[in-house]
Design a protein around this ligand. Sequence first.
Ligand SMILES: [Cu+2]
Length: 301
Amino acid sequence: MTFHNRKTFCSLIALTLAALAPLTAQAEWGNLNMRVGVTPLSREIYDLHMTIFWWCVGIGVVVFGWMIWSLVAFRKSKGAKPDTTMIHSTKAEIIWTVIPVVILVLMAIPAARTLIAIEDTRNTEISIKATGHQWKWQYEYLGEDVRFYSTLARSSDEARQLQSGVDPKSVPEYLLDVDNPLVVPEDTKVRMLLTAQDVIHAWWVPDFGLKKDAIPGNINELWFKVDKGKTGIYRGQCAELCGRDHGFMPVVVKVVTKAEYAAWLAAQKAPAQSADAAEPAVDTAMPATAASPAADPAPAG
Ligand SMILES: [Cu+2]
């Protein structure tokens, strides 16, 4: 390698680093990866993801390392001569079949363990049915006679209208907030039963590591158990393209302590009679929301 070539090589490396530098400065690199989440399942999924990731890195280093070494060590300028006589090697075939099979089996063992854990809905303490509608979620606490709609927050809905004059950036949690969040207690195994009323939707909360389709005429299950002490708001979205307002039906889960949950549930039940009267008011608000986007030139109806 001449000095000139080495200099070009070094400049290239410097240029690449310079191009990446602003990225390092501004982007939170942590956001590029999957979230660890706040449930035992999400952690297990994250650990599995990292395990497989490092397997892939190892494989990449070996395969590309070998390839690059071969290119450099056996280049023509060094007088390498191609071997044109070898057209088949059973030994090589066996090696490059057996090694990947062993690796895949080793990867399948922890993956299968996690998949089984995801499906294990035994001993759940609370069951909640979530029904996807165009374009909102309905939650029903089974056996508790508590049900309500969870619709895009008013602030977001107003800002999203064409020529609303509202800067979406000024709206906190734009398109990620709802009027009535799903409320669940911490440290409790919650089972979600997912279905839909019209088209396929999907219920997704990244911090729980879970996403599953909500299909009309079908019930899908998932479960989560938020770690003790991880109370707070967790946000997700519909993850199945479900029509015009697919981007406007977020999922918001409010995780509270067990005592707060008991109090909340009691409060939901207490005005059950008056809530029945109030519910149509919520319902009548829905068609207005659905028909209101100014982006839709056709008059709704
Ligand atoms: Cu959707």
